[in-house]
Design a protein. Structure first.
Ligand code: AGP
Length: 607
């Protein structure tokens, strides 16, 4: 998604804007731009196609311009309307180059607005955002705030935007409807941004705007308005979990986040599980147990969908509750049959994914029970949910979600056991599982130690163009998540299947050139999956087995990654981590930009 950043203060905005864009380039990175306004109404506009570094060099090349541009707005883009071109790069402006705008989201009725405005203005870009700049120009009534109130009544869904007026230096107006927008005071001025994650270094407090709210910054002071009336909003304090870590000795943030997983699991369990008493102690989970839950429906996207699907196996197994994982965009395009004995769980790392957010609005409108499992503190989905738990994975900066998936699966496991103990789950079974969960961070550490071996194997598989990923039961969604990671990091075409499905068609593709990765730790489904491995081996397909060290059919596999000894269920975690290392090293072997995979963005805030 795109990223908005803005500043007003006493010092020059250019470096602050570029650094702000750098900090959160993960949200979208196909082009970037800034505009600064000086107290003498001079304009500094610079745009660049490509990374923020390209913009930074262009801004730097004009450093002889020593004017003080104390007000400015900035943007990184993830193209929705129009190609990745210089013309389509933000900020966009009015035809008289007085008003400049940056925007995150989609203006659904921009074509109708444009048809009207084309009678008076020429357009230079294909974007919906330029249409808003012309609309501001056409409606301007001498005051930017009242003009933006009129403009916002003409715009249809969803956006957050920031506007400056070169004739009114020191003024920035921001509006939020759907896409996130945050205003915050720092020691050197007032900032606006689309994401809370990059604030920590500078800010003490921040305010998350609600839908239809407007923020007006004037000379280092800001006020918030709703429907034209000024309102008081409580600001939140920044907490440590929102601080972005340094890269340290890792090659990429993605690698660092995978190696963070043991400590992430400790954070997820801390204060929620009493390992001495082998029991789960958490008020939210306690309260959940008192609700009349006959069914669970988990709505999410991407990696969070696969985490949700793993959770469904846990709810069925431990709590005996029917559970279905639904892709949020499919939830939105299907008929919603509300049921007040169903718990609707919304899973999201960012807490801002548009399809999940909109699904939740539909469910809430019917008065059904909603539960959010979210990583970003204070994000929209967390604030909308009736009940919620944070996944406490820490700031997950880069596009490929890894440590947060593990945290989500651990939270869902705790929810399933907690609900199970309110139903028929044996306390002894719960205690045994909790005892084993206490060792999980160490088991993950053990898996990470296999990094060098996994790197060697990945180099070999990086030569292939396609790959199947197979698993049964919990390992079916694990296979789904592993194939997603391989796709988004290495760009190798990976497809996941339930192992039992292979002979119903996909087997036709298996050949010496088409390898298969199989999750098959010892357990209830081992034998069945071995027969699928034999089907592949019979067609000379290379097979990478993610197996237990005491596997009895090692000769069938071309290569193996042996998981540390755990129960079958907890090898979901070690299996996922080994697949993350495999996907990472596949991408490194192919020289991919691991932290900024092409065409992707960290959180998809428009539908
Ligand atoms: C995962 O690596 C991707 N970044 C993507 O599939 C992601 O999981 C999806 O967009 C959902 O994001 P969310 O968890 O923030 O809602």
């Amino acid at each position: 998604m795109c990223w908005i950043f803005a500043y007003n203060g006493d010092t020059d905005c250019r470096e602050k804007l570029v650094n702000g864009l750098r900090l959160l380039e993960y949200r979208g990175y196909d082009s970037a731009g800034i505009v600064g306004v000086s107290k003498k109404k001079e304009i500094f506009l610079e745009k660049a196609v490509g990374r923020v570094s390209a913009l930074a060099s262009k801004v730097d090349a004009r450093r002889e311009d020593i004017t003080l541009y104390t007000t400015g707005i900035a943007h990184t883009r993830w193209a929705t309307h129009g190609w990745v071109t210089q013309e389509n790069t933000h900020p966009h402006h009015s035809s008289d180059k007085r008003f400049y705008i940056v925007h995150n989201g989609i203006i659904e009725n921009y074509k109708d607005l444009k048809k009207d405005l084309e009678k008076s203005y020429d357009f230079y870009s294909e974007t919906d955002t330029e249409v808003v700049a012309k609309l501001i120009e056409s409606l301007y009534d001498g005051n930017l705030k009242s003009t933006m109130e009129k403009v916002s009544t003409r715009l249809v869904w969803a956006y957050s935007l920031a506007v400056v007026d070169s004739q009114n230096p020191g003024t920035i107006v921001g509006i939020k409807l759907g896409s996130p927008l945050i205003v915050w005071t720092a020691t050197d001025g007032i900032y606006i941004s689309s994401d809370v994650n990059a604030l920590s270094a500078l800010a003490e407090t921040y305010t998350l705007l609600e839908d239809n709210e407007m923020v007006v910054i004037e000379w280092k002071k800001y006020s918030i308005y709703m429907a034209g009336k000024q309102i008081e909003r409580v600001s939140e304090k920044i907490d440590a979990s929102q601080v972005i870590d340094e890269l340290g000795n890792f090659n990429s943030f993605t690698e660092k986040e995978i190696f963070d997983i043991p400590s992430v699991l400790e954070n997820v369990f801390s204060g929620r599980i009493d390992f001495e008493k082998k029991q789960i102690n958490n008020e939210t989970l306690e309260a959940l147990g008192d609700l009349d839950i006959k069914r669970i429906c988990i709505v999410s996207s991407g990696s969070s969908y696969y985490a949700g699907d793993m959770g469904c196996y846990f709810f069925r197994k431990f709590a005996g509750i029917p559970c279905q994982a639904i892709i949020s965009s499919e939830f939105l395009s299907d008929v919603f049959l509300p049921d007040d004995t169903t718990l609707y769980v919304f899973l999201s790392q960012s807490g801002e994914t548009a399809d999940v957010r909109e699904s939740m609005k539909i469910v809430k409108a019917k008065g059904c029970m909603t539960f959010g499992v979210v990583n970003v503190v204070g994000s929209t989905i967390a604030r909308m949910a009736d009940h919620w738990l944070y996944s406490h994975a820490g700031v997950e900066v880069w596009v490929a979600s890894t440590k947060n998936v593990i945290a989500q699966v651990a939270v869902l496991l705790m929810m399933a056991v907690s609900l199970g103990l309110k139903k028929d789950m044996q306390i002894t079974d719960a205690r045994d599982l909790i005892a084993e969960m206490a060792d999980l961070p160490d088991k993950i550490q053990e898996t990470l130690m296999k990094g060098p071996k996994i790197k060697k194997i990945a180099k070999k598989y990086a030569t292939y163009k396609h790959m199947f990923v197979l698993g049964r039961n919990y390992f079916y969604p694990v296979a789904g998540e592993a194939s997603l990671k391989c796709k988004e990091l290495s760009y190798i075409h990976c497809e996941s299947y339930s192992a039992g499905e292979l002979k119903h068609g996909p087997l036709a593709l298996v050949s010496k050139k088409f390898p298969t990765m199989v999750f098959n730790p010892m357990g209830k489904f081992y034998a069945k999956t071995i027969s699928n491995v034999q089907e592949v081996a019979a067609r000379k397909g290379p097979i990478l087995g993610i197996i237990s060290s005491n596997d009895t059919h090692k000769e069938l596999y071309t290569d193996t990654i042996e998981l540390p000894e755990t129960s079958e269920l907890l090898s979901v975690f070690t299996g996922l981590v080994s697949s993350y290392l495999f996907a990472l090293y596949l991408a490194e072997a192919l020289d991919r930009d691991v932290d900024k995979p092409r065409n992707l963005a960290k959180s998809v805030t428009v539908d």
